[in-house]
Design a protein around this ligand. Structure first.
Ligand code: NAD
Length: 374
């Protein structure tokens, strides 16, 4: 099978969908892997490493895509990329259909088969292809480092000849995949960490990392292990409890998300104003609107003496390992559609394929996207 990997075009995107190690595995499995020259440069995977792995380097993107049967991407394809693809090609990557409905329509009209990595069901069998989790792990780690780098104080306790330094108090709101990694990273740096999530089940995971879990008598675990939106009464209770923890913290890292919705506001402007001078908030939900009322996506905002950082695309900042993990997720996904004989077979009885297919055979298969586009 001819597998093609173009260079990512989106501004600020340094990741690449395939790293040389995984390219080599596909080549050894008998596939023809073609990579656009310079595709891995942003993540420090240089052309010669792909060549050594047995991949072919292609200068012209239209030529690369025109001959492809499977195309691997990180970001959704551009209109030009869709134009360059042959009818019936398979495209795999993050697709964000709600942001790019016109591209979905174009992919449908081109009769592409499109799998959206963010739609891979979060079931045990699919864990090795769960790109949301691998990239959230990267983001959570980096968020803790940004907080540590931004704040003008130590995180660990230090006993020195110049006196004893008290450890920093870190509060993590939202203890999903990213939140747990932020907790683990802040702990490793020596901070005293506490965390809160609307899913009670998160409590055990938080405690197992050596952090304190803030208890509230709400359990908002919904379908698929995700959170549901809180009622107005629950929101008020949550805010009251969370406010005291926010005011006591030196660093607040927020990661709360509800699938398909704007991120919930957990930190109001008034709460930021009550925080200690020099405190730092890192809002990982900036991409989906922010958990803090004053967050500006992609910027650092100062409110009084508190800085609120709203980073975008954190996985790209750790492009080496984010790409490696993502490429491994893709390779595991490819195992579902590549046969031992070196062919391509789509088994629609497989719930992972059926769940993650966005477009196939001239139809939009993902119902919420179909409603949006048609
Ligand atoms: P996410 O990115 O959608 O949300 C992050 C966290 O924010 C979640 O833990 C959510 O409960 C929390 N949250 C939402 N509203 C909140 C509020 N008002 N206040 C505080 N916290 C709030 O979630 P995620 O990290 O992608 O994963 C969520 C769940 O899915 C977890 O239980 C995780 O263990 C589970 N999961 C399962 C698998 C699997 O079985 N294969 C894989 C990945 C994740």
């Amino acid at each position: 099978i001819k597998i093609a990997v173009p260079k990512e075009e989106a501004p600020g995107e340094r990741r690449v969908a395939l790293v040389p190690e995984v390219a080599g595995k596909l080549v050894r499995q008998g596939h023809a892997v073609a990579v656009e020259s310079g595709a891995g440069v942003g993540a420090h995977y240089l052309d010669d490493a792909y060549e050594k792995a047995g991949a072919q380097l292609v200068e012209k993107r239209t030529e690369l895509l025109g001959g492809a049967q499977i195309v691997l991407k990180v970001q959704p394809p551009t209109e030009d990329e869709i134009d360059a693809l042959p009818e019936g090609a398979v495209l795999i990557g993050f697709m964000y259909p709600h942001r790019y409905p016109e591209r979905v329509a174009k992919m449908r009209d081109k009769k592409l088969t499109v799998f959206a990595m963010e739609l891979v069901p979060r079931i045990t069998r699919a864990q090795a292809m769960d790109a949301l989790s691998s990239q959230a792990t990267v983001a959570g780690y980096k968020a803790a480092l940004i907080a540590a780098d931004t704040i003008d104080r130590f995180l660990p306790m230090l006993t020195t000849a110049a006196g004893t330094i008290r450890p920093a108090q870190v509060l993590v709101l939202g203890a999903g995949v990213a939140g747990l990694q932020a907790i683990a990273t802040a702990k490793r740096l020596g901070a005293v960490v506490s965390a809160y999530d609307v899913r009670r089940a998160a409590g055990e995971q938080v405690r197992s990392l050596g952090a304190k879990f803030l208890e509230l008598e709400i359990d908002a675990e919904a379908e698929g292990g995700y959170a549901r939106e809180l009622t107005e009464e629950e929101k008020a209770k949550e805010r009251a409890m969370v406010e005291e923890a926010i005011v006591a913290a030196d660093i607040v890292i927020t990661t709360a998300n509800i699938p398909g919705r704007r991120a919930p506001i957990l930190v109001t402007k008034e709460m930021v104003e009550r925080m200690k001078p020099g405190s730092v908030i890192v809002d990982l939900a900036a991409e989906s609107g922010g958990n803090c009322e004053v967050t500006k996506p992609g910027e650092t905002v100062q409110v009084g003496d508190v800085r609120v950082v709203g980073p975008l695309n954190l996985p790209s900042a750790l492009a080496v390992h984010a790409s490696e993990m993502y490429a491994k997720n893709l390779h595991n996904f490819l195992e579902l559609i590549l046969t031992e004989e070196g062919g391509l077979e789509l088994d629609w009885d497989d719930e992972i394929l059926a769940g993650s297919v966005l477009v196939h055979d001239g139809e939009i298969k993902h119902a919420p996207t179909r409603e949006l586009v048609e």
